[in-house]
Design a protein around this ligand. Structure first.
Ligand code: FES
Length: 402
């Protein structure tokens, strides 16, 4: 249809609109409109994206000396009536009230979306010897413990428009949790993936957490295949060694495949060295950073810091705090260690929740964890969870929000 010529529009029709509008205002009811929360769309938005979810631990499941699962349910006494739906692969940012100050930690949900609909999330955590959060969790989390968690977050999810119908997951150690969630969702029919092949790398058989549950899924669902890869042990039915290019070629199906990579930093770096040799399109390579970036000084091109210790000045809520820091840890960790409760969710540079203004100072942002937009880089913003100081730094931080 041809567009009308602007000159042919009736100017009088526009000028009479003001009167028309006045008339509607005059005739309108003077009753106070209902609260926004009473609208169905707003209620749905709040249920899907709650600013905080109050939950309590309903069950603790011991999984050997290193692993423990926590089943969470909505804490209705504190106003949370149901748990938000999530996509398999997402995580919760959990507030952990350490004696020296609260911090947040991202924990992948290892139950399925259907479990959330039925009122439960499950987290499976690994004990890190000497880890202050880990020790606190093992010592204090029990049935009935109340927690505050964020809405489900994260992009490590299957997206049918972008991803191939066949998925190969390359997983290491305790990072199996989001992939277990995905496998369960496939078996339950809420994720429509034609085949999910999981190459699950651990040092030994005993370290493979959720192994029995995964095997049960693989046995009961034709779309799920599990391949255990043991680095330090030979065992019937398992591959021996590390997850390598040859091993992936051996087990990956023909045709388009999306690769979901999830594991400790050393494993991810090793896979990054050969993943391009598979010759798959970039959009089919998906990565979950799973934890904080470590040992930045090992990166090629890492610039030498100006000294061994620096001053970190943090401006937050109109106050200024003088802290100390060095180049070996992130700005976020230095703030939390010294009592500043800064906003954070993913802790790996991706989500932008910790987005803060670098007023002055030199910093190092590893390329792999630099999730900033171009505008942020241009106007001096950083993600403190993935930023290492190289000199004295002045940082302007937004107030805490989970
Ligand atoms: S907490 Fe997600 S980018 Fe820093």
């Amino acid at each position: 249809m041809a567009k009308p010529n602007i000159r042919s529009l009736d100017a009088m029709a526009f000028t009479s609109m003001a009167g028309e509008r006045e008339r509607h205002i005059e005739e309108a009811s003077t009753a106070i409109p209902p609260k926004p929360s009473s609208y169905k769309a707003n209620r749905m938005a709040a249920a899907l994206h709650p600013s905080v979810q109050h939950v309590k631990i309903a069950q603790v499941i011991d999984r050997g000396p290193r692993f423990r699962s926590f089943v969470l349910e909505a804490d209705e006494d504190r106003g949370t009536e149901g748990l938000a739906w999530f996509d398999a692969g997402q995580y919760l940012s959990v507030e952990v009230p350490l004696p020296e100050g609260a911090v947040t930690r991202p924990f992948s949900i290892c139950s399925s979306p259907l479990d959330a609909k039925n009122g439960q999330y499950q987290l499976t955590l690994e004990r890190v010897p000497g880890g202050r959060v880990s020790d606190f969790v093992w010592d204090t989390w029990a049935e009935g413990t109340k927690l505050d968690v964020s809405m489900p977050c994260g992009e490590f999810t299957y997206e049918p428009i972008r991803d191939a119908k066949q998925v190969v997951a390359l997983v290491g150690g305790s990072s199996i949790t989001p992939i277990y969630s995905l496998a369960k969702a496939v078996a339950e029919g809420t994720e429509h993936i034609e085949s999910l092949t999981i190459l699950y790398g651990t040092n030994t058989w005993d370290e493979a957490v959720l192994e029995a549950e995964l095997q049960e899924l693989a046995d009961s669902c034709d779309a799920v295949t599990l391949v255990n890869v043991l680095a330090d042990e030979e065992r019937d039915g398992c591959e021996h060694g590390f997850i390598t290019l040859d091993l992936v070629r051996k087990h990956a199906p023909e045709g388009d495949v999306s690769y979901f990579i999830c594991g400790p930093q050393a494993m991810r770096l090793a896979i990054d060295a050969w993943i391009d040799d598979l010759g798959v399109r970039r959009k089919f390579i998906r990565r979950e950073v799973f934890g904080e970036y470590r040992d930045p000084e090992k990166d090629p091109g890492y610039p030498a810091p100006a000294a061994t210790e620096f001053k970190l000045t943090v401006r937050v809520c109109g106050e200024e705090h003088e802290l100390t820091c060095n180049a070996h840890d992130t700005l976020l960790n230095w703030m939390e260690r010294q009592g500043i409760h800064a906003p954070a969710r993913c802790r790996s540079g991706e989500c932008g929740w910790c987005h803060s203004r670098l007023v002055s100072g030199d910093v190092y942002v590893p390329e792999r964890t630099d999730g900033r937009r171009e505008a942020d880089k241009k106007y001096g913003y950083v993600h403190p969870c993935a930023t290492f100081p190289l000199s004295d730094v002045v940082l302007e931080v937004p107030p805490f929000a989970n």
